[in-house]
Ligand binder design. Structure first.
Ligand SMILES: NC(=O)c1ccc[n+]([C@@H]2O[C@H](COP(=O)([O-])OP(=O)(O)OC[C@H]3O[C@@H](n4cnc5c(N)ncnc54)[C@H](OP(=O)(O)O)[C@@H]3O)[C@@H](O)[C@H]2O)c1
Length: 367
């Protein structure tokens, strides 16, 4: 009895975390260990985020991801499970959701946050990183402020964690670029976002926007790019170095190569929809990488997606794998709480270099 009362605070403190260290004895129930300790949270400007977040592009996207409204309760379960396990970073965008479902990802997140079972503190701790599309008609700070207010309404929150520019217009409409930057400044100055970030910005544009925002007194806390064992070219490495030198966090999107780094797809077992076209080109060349992922996973008692995500963490980035099912959240949570060795990282990177086809890059990705 004395034992159980002395452990109660620990159990209560960590009760929101899953356990990986199960010692099965009917008499001894050890306290559940967290997937990461409070001091392993990542500082992003004024925010404190879990070392991995989850992406919600699929939530509302019928075209690429086959979303249907009947999936909503299962998506809510994935969200709740992530939150119960200490995940507080969720990536979304005001353009996520196809056709009439535009904005659906933000709406679902808003609903799920508001319905987190009875814990105001957990709700307040959630960091929503949403992205504002650089639509051609968004040309003034006021238009970005309106876009931000529309996202806040869908998300049912008062302040967004990170307000990000979804892409730069430097490649095709350079004069609009300054309007985007001033849009971020306006949102920040009005207190609608706690911090700002960018997405699909290359090394040159990243330095430019960083210097501009710094001069305007706005801290740039994050940059997200496609970053994975399938997408680790010179651009990514250069961006990472710049982020490190400027105190910006790199968020790695598509860390599972849209699903190709999970091991469940093969050239003869392709996903439904447009992803199949891409996978058909790339998967045949991925044999060395998938073999290496599998070998390391087996040696470690982990799974292929866990190893692929852990690689992103070991490279000093915050991965945001996309999830649709409870079992995907469960599995991806297992990417936390351990680290690949430096030899394993090299083994994976050599195997990735053996793959003849690189992942296609976002058309808006700049230099
Ligand atoms: N800034 C940008 O321009 C940009 C671009 C792309 C993505 N993003 C963000 O990054 C997030 C993640 O990227 P992503 O969704 O493109 O790709 P991803 O994370 O590389 O792959 C996600 C997909 O892999 C499959 N998957 C996930 N976990 C799995 C597991 N444990 N086992 C088996 N399959 C699993 C699921 O699809 P299936 O089950 O259908 O295979 C899932 O939708 C997005 O949701 C979005 O928030 C941002």
């Amino acid at each position: 009895m004395a034992f159980s009362s002395s452990t109660t605070p620990t159990v209560a403190y960590f009760s929101c975390f899953n356990t990986f260290n199960e010692i099965s004895s009917p008499l001894f129930k050890p306290p559940k260990l967290p997937l990461f300790w409070p001091w392993e949270k990542v500082k992003m400007g004024p925010l404190s985020a879990s070392p991995m977040g989850f992406g919600t592009w699929a939530w509302g996207n019928q075209f690429l991801w086959g979303y249907q409204e009947s999936m909503d309760s299962q998506l809510q379960q994935t969200f709740n499970l992530a939150v119960e396990n200490g995940i507080n970073l969720f990536d979304t965008a005001d353009s996520y959701g196809t056709g009439r479902l535009n904005g659906k990802s933000e709406k679902l997140l808003g609903k799920f946050i508001s319905e987190i079972p009875g814990q105001k503190q957990v709700q307040n701790n959630i960091v929503i990183a949403t992205k504002f599309a650089a639509y051609p008609w968004r040309l003034t700070p006021g238009q970005f402020v309106n876009a931000c207010r529309a996202s806040l309404a869908r998300l049912q929150i008062e302040q967004i964690g990170i307000g990000q520019l979804h892409w730069s217009t430097a490649n095709y409409a350079p004069p609009q670029e300054l309007a985007l930057w001033n849009g971020l400044v306006a949102m920040y100055e009005k207190g609608l976002v706690r911090a700002v970030g960018v997405s699909n910005y290359g090394p040159n544009q990243l330095v430019k926007i960083h210097d501009y925002l710094t001069a305007r007194g706005v801290p740039l806390c994050s940059a997200q790019v496609q970053f994975s064992l399938l997408s680790m070219g010179e651009n990514q490495l250069e961006i990472k170095n710049i982020c490190d030198s400027l105190g910006i966090r790199l968020i790695s999107y598509s860390p599972l190569g849209l699903g190709m780094l999970t091991g469940k797809y093969t050239p003869s077992k392709l996903p439904r929809g447009p992803r199949a076209l891409l996978f058909r080109q790339i998967l045949p060349g991925l044999k060395p990488l998938l073999r290496s992922l599998k070998e390391i996973a087996e040696r470690r008692g982990k799974t292929i997606p866990q190893v692929a995500i852990n690689w992103c963490i070991c490279k000093g980035t915050i991965p945001i794998p996309g999830v649709k099912y409870v079992k995907q959240v469960e599995e991806n949570l297992g990417a936390l709480g351990w680290r690949l060795s430096s030899d394993e990282l090299l083994e994976l990177e050599y195997a990735a270099l053996e793959s003849p086809q690189r992942m296609i890059q976002n058309i808006f990705q700049t230099r």
